[in-house]
Design a protein around this ligand. Structure first.
Ligand code: PLP
Length: 349
């Protein structure tokens, strides 16, 4: 198996991090004349903490990891991009992705001139461990796994994920954007066991903070150190750090939201299953449902005409005629159902 030094791009290994004004200084001070800030202003005039220490202190107990095992970014999309830049030599290396999957892995790969090699999921939407491991070669540096998977909604079996982490000679990224809606345990518990594992989580979904752009990469400190070296020095702004800290003071809202969303998900599933054009509603461990229908394009267009936007995934591999619907509020789901029932009776007539 390749070591971290063999996996990280040589130019990244060599480079020196930007040394920001505040990170060069050690000790206690009350007068800061080091960063050319406007010192007359008193709010938001200072640069943010580059390593977000206060925020990580709050997050750390929720994850049972050390500070040095946490990277915070401008959404987990920033972490995805940094992973590509850290490990993949442009024009040479490749990543493995398992479609149908989250679109950003391939976009980030294209942006960085890195090939994305696709190994489709099995028809049950589980990763084909043998096929994935057979697809690796010297050029494949990162394997992206998304569990619960977007857009299919299912958990990948933990056994299969672990076989992939053990068998892949490179970095295995498990994107857990939807983990809080799942009954399956997070793979973050394996971080102390596997040097090549990176777990992504986000504040955009269950935490309800998509607007502030905050995501995280969890891994052992040698990997997190490289993240910290290459990230823009002030990648998480003051407003975001403050807001997240505030939200983390009390977890009751977070927990209650999850309960409410799961309850709505189950109601929505029941109601959708009564519609004639709905062929399959796939199991979901996330805050959305994937359904196979008759004529997905027509239903999608019809809903848009009513002012309702869902995600048409029918052009995606293994998702023929599939629509992805986010679980909305009670009221939103009722409106959706009302229109789908009207559509259903029109089709029947
Ligand atoms: C929504 C989502 C994300 C979140 O990205 P952020 O940049 O943190 O908002 C990441 N991965 C998957 C699979 C997602 O569906």
């Amino acid at each position: 198996m390749r070591t971290l030094e063999q996996l990280v791009c040589p130019h990244i290994l060599k480079m020196e991090a930007y040394s920001s004004a505040r990170s060069e200084f050690k000790g206690k001070a009350s007068v800061f004349l080091d960063a050319n800030e406007n010192t007359i202003r008193t709010t938001y005039n200072r640069y943010p903490d580059p390593l977000q220490v206060n925020l990580k202190n709050k997050i750390q107990p929720l994850l049972d990891l050390k500070q040095e095992q946490i990277f915070l970014g401008n959404g987990s999309d920033e972490a995805i991009d940094l992973l590509l830049r850290i490990f993949c030599n442009p024009g040479k290396d490749a990543i493995l992705i398992l479609p149908p999957t989250y679109g950003m892995y391939k976009v980030s790969a294209s942006l960085n001139n890195v090939e994305a090699i696709e190994v489709p999921l099995e028809s049950n939407y589980q990763p084909n461990v043998g096929a994935v491991l057979a697809a690796q070669n010297e050029r494949t540096k990162i394997l992206f796994i998304c569990s619960p998977n977007n857009p299919t909604g299912n958990d990948f079996e933990l056994d299969r994920i672990e076989q992939l982490i053990e068998g892949f000679d490179g970095i295995v990224v498990v994107d857990e954007a939807y983990i809080h809606f799942s009954t399956q345990a997070s793979c973050a518990k394996w971080i102390n066991k596997y040097e090549n594992l990176v777990v992504l989580q986000t504040f955009s979904k269950a935490w309800g903070m998509a607007g502030i752009r905050l995501g995280m990469a969890l891994a052992n400190s040698p990997i997190i150190d490289v993240f910290n070296k290459v990230k823009p020095p002030y990648n998480v702004n003051v407003l975001t750090q403050e807001y997240a800290l505030n939200q983390l003071q009390d977890l009751r809202v977070f927990k209650a939201d999850i309960v409410a969303i799961l309850e709505e998900r189950s109601k929505l599933r029941n109601q959708l299953s009564g519609l004639g054009f709905v062929k399959v509603i796939y199991p979901s461990a996330a805050n959305f449902l994937l359904l196979k229908v008759d004529q997905a394009d027509l239903i999608y267009e019809y809903l848009v005409e009513q002012g309702i936007v869902i995600r048409n995934r029918s052009k995606v591999v293994l998702c023929d005629n599939c629509l992805r619907i986010t679980v909305g509020t009670k009221a939103e789901n009722q409106v959706l159902l009302k229109f789908l029932e009207a559509y259903n009776s029109k089709v029947v007539l």
